[in-house]
Design a protein around this ligand. Structure first.
Ligand SMILES: C=C(O[C@H]1C=CC=C(C(=O)O)[C@@H]1O)C(=O)O
Ligand SMILES: [Mg+2]
Length: 460
């Protein structure tokens, strides 16, 4: 017998409008999350999302938008999202933990950046509850319909959504399980390459003059393809090629933002909070021995230890303000992923009564692994010397539920896909003794995962 949970609650949305929040969850036999995402291609393209944690113990796919929380506020955006989410979820009578709407989305890197380009029209906070929500947790798969309406004939519409759900599951189990070809690239551009190299020299001199201690400077690649690339096509390659990272995809109209990040911003699980300091990098070696040697070099390299130290200091401070019993190991370990090794220090603590995951996101973002030290000076330097808009690159992306649990990654090793064009982003932490050429080479290594997924040449 198929397990099924159902709930309908009258709620108030916005000011005074009475609506009904219908929810139904069924347990399904385990299916490919990617195939479920692909099954939404004709009906829900532009309104889908994909998420997997690093351990692959939690997968979330959303098709369609049952509820959207977005705003263009600057500093207030975190509080606004939190307030609206709390208002919505506090009204739902939770009959069972299987009836849990999940909010998925992200906050842009810097609401004060005014360069538009590929990020035109993208809200500074963009979160949605999916109409069809797939959750795979502890080897069990659940599909939830979320439907909020004030329609008279809502029962008929809900019945139609049930049919649609069954078709989506069927398609995911049977039709959409396929392999995708790599796209054909027709041009590879490094916009503002010289400006980027100059900016590293400029920023190191600003640091020497004590204007800041550390600033993360990024750049982009602009790629053109022969044909339009679909979201399932690119995600399938990323998912298969970068299994050791957070995997994410978020559609907004014509744009798909996707990536494979090694870096957790924050996770909250039952009142316990976790973050990770990931900063300081070196390439992988061609042999196990060479790789180990590079790892040892990284662990004792003063420039990289410097980059790392600022991050540990800031995340630890933020945790001490929001948590008790904060635990931080003494020195960094190595975090090895396919193309690169990083210095890595995990931080954890017991969340204070009044602290929440979104409050932690607000205080942590941007950590010095993405912004710099001091934060405001670094942000001003980034606005002045980076001729692009990061959009969601290096920004918090993730999910939360009504109980306060959730997880956000830092959206690095990422790209924006707009039909037949892709924009890849990568940066690095600039400190006093950074050198332009080696920072440039570090970004080439960091571009690799997204470039490989797109079938690109690894220009080196
Ligand atoms: C900003 C990026 O990486 C950050 C995370 C890990 C290591 C970093 C570094 O060594 O510079 C960066 O701080 C990026 O990948 O675009
Ligand atoms: Mg670096």
């Amino acid at each position: 017998m198929q397990h099924k949970w159902y709930n309908a609650t009258e709620i108030e949305v916005g000011s005074n409008s009475k609506q009904i929040f219908y929810m139904e969850t069924i347990e399904v036999s385990r299916l490919s999350a990617l195939a479920f995402f692909a099954a939404g291609e004709s009906k829900y393209k532009g309104k889908r999302n994909y998420w997997q944690n690093r351990e692959k113990t939690f997968t979330l796919v959303g098709l369609g938008h049952a509820y959207t929380i977005e705003n263009n506020a600057s500093d207030a955006r975190f509080d606004l999202v939190e307030h609206e989410w709390k208002k919505l979820t506090s009204q739902i009578i939770e009959e069972d933990q299987h009836l849990q709407p999940i909010l998925f989305g992200g906050f842009t890197f810097d609401p004060q950046n005014e360069v538009s380009a590929e990020w035109t029209n993208f809200p500074q906070s963009y979160f949605t509850v999916a109409t069809h929500q797939l959750v795979i947790r502890n080897d069990k798969a659940y599909v939830t319909i979320n439907y909020i309406t004030d329609e008279e004939n809502s029962a008929t519409t809900f019945e139609a959504l049930r049919k649609e759900r069954d078709e989506l599951i069927h398609a995911a189990q049977v039709k959409e399980v396929k392999t995708y070809a790599k796209p054909t690239m027709t041009s590879y551009m490094e916009p503002y390459k010289q400006e980027y190299l100059n900016s590293i020299n400029k920023v190191t001199s600003l640091i020497k003059a004590n204007e800041a201690q550390k600033v993360v400077i990024a750049r982009s690649l602009a790629l053109q393809f022969k044909e339009t690339i679909t979201s399932p096509q690119i995600l399938s390659h990323v998912v298969h090629e970068q299994p050791e990272s957070y995997l994410f995809g978020l559609e907004h109209g014509d744009l798909l933002f996707y990536g494979a990040s090694p870096e957790r911003l924050v996770k909250v699980d039952n009142g316990r909070a976790y973050s990770s300091c990931v900063a300081g990098s070196i390439k992988r070696g061609p042999t196990a021995e060479a790789d180990e040697e590079l790892g040892r070099t990284l662990l004792s390299d003063l420039k990289n230890l410097g980059e790392h130290h600022y991050v540990v200091e800031m995340i630890t401070d933020t945790f001490k303000k929001n948590c008790s019993k904060v635990k931080v190991p003494h020195g960094p370990k190595l975090l090895k992923i396919r193309d690169i090794q990083h210095l890595y220090t995990p931080v954890e603590g017991q969340l204070n009564e009044d602290a929440t995951i979104l409050q932690l996101v607000k205080h942590l973002h941007p950590t010095p692994a993405l912004g710099g030290v001091p934060r405001e000076q670094a942000m001003e330097i980034i606005r002045t010397y980076e001729p692009m808009n990061r959009g969601l690159y290096a920004a918090p992306i993730g999910w939360l539920d009504a109980d306060g649990n959730g997880e956000f990654a830092v959206a690095i090793r990422s790209a924006a896909l707009v039909q037949d064009k892709a924009y890849l982003y990568a940066g690095g932490g600039i400190v006093e003794d950074s050198e332009a050429q080696s920072e440039y080479e570090e970004t080439l290594v960091k571009f690799r995962p997204m470039l490989r997924a797109l079938g690109g040449q690894l220009h080196e």
